[in-house]
Design a protein around this ligand. Sequence first.
Ligand code: BTN
Length: 294
Amino acid sequence: MDQTQLATILSDLSLGGVRYFDRVGSTNDEAVHWAAQGAPALSLVVADEQTDGRGRAGRHWYTPRGAALAFSIVVYPTTEESENLSRMTALGALAVCVALKNRYDISAKIKWPNDVLVDEKKVAGVLVEVQWNGDRLSSMILGVGINVAPGSIEAIHPGRSGLHYQAACLESVLGRPVDRLELLHAVLEGFLYWQPRLAFQEFLQAWESRLAFRDEWVQVISDGKLGPAPNNGTTLSPIQEGQVLGLEKNGSLKLRTRSGEIVALQIGEVRLRPAMKTSAEEVSDVRRFTSTSQ
Ligand code: BTN
């Protein structure tokens, strides 16, 4: 992958500028920096390797050279987009799902709010970060990380077998090599198709139809600290179990609790795991493996 190849393959898409890096800290940081310098709307930053890639909740996102797809898009949000922040994260995940279906016939699901799962394993994640100018939202960076080759998940597998959410990579799912440029093009096509439809009911339906664990019981786990953990990592406290009913208009997740109450969970509040293990087992797993989000 290089700047010329990228510019050529993406030339039919309505993007702003395109910047390629062999190695970078985080493409989100580069995109923030570029936006502050006046990057055109929908500019794209792509890196072959990230040395300081970020996932949600401050976790590390592993992007070794030649094995993954890591990119960030600069968005100057419309009022509608500013008011639909949760949909922006879903937009990234939906774009990945659409690309996987259209290009590779892979049926992926969205684990609310931002993980893309194939066969219940995480293949991609989305990180949306916003920048403020006073009380005005000045720019928004939508970062997407996709595990492509086995090298993208090798370092994060050891010791993780106790987690429900193992990572997977596309090449293992497909059993053949994946052209990262072709994949990137397909994801960006999905992004550009759905972005103008963000506020539509059609968008919510497309998201909801790919929602993982629909009708299943899940454990809802908050991001709150339980107290000092053995490894100083953030620990998660299970709150309760709920049955996934669908989405609210604002992108909240609708759950039925064991007591029959219907609750709507706001984005960023929880992580979901299938309600299979006991809470105590789950917490001990999470304490052991908190260093990466893949
Ligand atoms: C998550 O699942 O926690 C979100 C992962 C997002 C990773 C991508 S890779 C490109 C962009 N740059 C970053 O530092 N993070 C995002």
